[in-house]
Design a protein around this ligand. Structure first.
Ligand code: PEP
Length: 249
């Protein structure tokens, strides 16, 4: 059985000083659980701080929020997969809705970034999700499955079998609106079928996370929804107690 994955996307919050204090408070509050995976995605400047603050705790992991498509070179402001791995990251978010819709990341770039992550020894978590207008137009599955197909297009079946997917409806991110368990379940089911088809066998080891205004109050019902294998949490992961409560779910 897949272990539930609880992932904290801090976005552009918690520089090194705040990150150190957060991890100190969280590790004091949260006792190790070996039946779930907890991952922190701090801003890149706080990555090594978080790695050191975790002090080698094996139940807590670290990832980067974004990587560039190339391994090194003249790409001012960017971080590569090998550099992120060297700094202690095990995972990389790829195609988060803010990368796609605020920074104009293209679907082709999400494919290149997934490939760069795997090449650099990092596990990609490919984020997919529809805009409100797309949901209202009834095209949610078309959009999400296309993002999935393109994002995975440069990966081998083995690489896909070792990664994770996050379904994050764009209209639910940071808005306080959450997809209903039934809506989320439908999309997760469609993603699961597409993964099975792409692999030609069960994609059972690939967790499919839900993200979008998750908090301590709705985490339990989302996690008990069929097809939801974990949560990707933004705003509610910035509060130690709230995040610990979600991780306890
Ligand atoms: C996110 O950033 O991936 C996210 C889901 O944000 P929030 O939980 O704040 O909606």
């Amino acid at each position: 059985m897949r272990r539930p994955v609880l992932a904290a996307n801090w976005k552009m919050n918690n520089g090194p000083t705040a990150a150190r204090a957060f991890i100190a408070a969280f590790t004091a509050r949260w006792t190790p659980h070996d039946d779930r995976t907890v991952i922190f995605f701090p801003p890149a400047v706080a990555l090594t701080t978080v790695v050191h603050a975790l002090g080698g705790r094996r139940d807590l992991d670290v990832g980067v929020q974004n990587i560039w498509t190339e391994d090194k070179g003249a790409f001012t402001g960017e971080n590569s997969a090998p550099m992120s791995k060297d700094a202690g990251a095990r995972y990389a978010l790829v195609g988060h809705s803010e990368r796609r819709h605020v920074f104009g990341e293209t679907e082709a770039q999400t494919a290149q970034k997934c490939a760069a992550a795997v090449r650099g020894g990092i596990i990609p978590i490919l984020c997919v999700g529809e805009l409100l207008a797309q949901r209202e137009a009834g095209t949610t599955n078309d959009i999400v499955l296309r993002q999935l197909e393109v994002g995975l297009s440069e990966l081998s079946p083995d690489a896909i079998a070792s990664m994770a997917i996050a379904y994050e409806p764009v209209w639910a991110i940071g808005t306080g609106k959450t997809a209903t368990p039934s809506d989320a379940s439908t999309v997760h089911g469609a993603i699961r079928s597409a993964l099975d088809k792409r692999l030609g066998k069960s994609s059972g080891d690939v967790p499919i996370l839900y993200g979008g205004s998750v908090n301590a109050g709705n985490a339990k019902s989302l996690l008990s929804t069929p097809g939801i294998d974990g949560l990707l949490v933004g705003g509610a992961s910035l509060d130690v107690e709230g995040w610990a409560a979600i991780c306890d779910t």
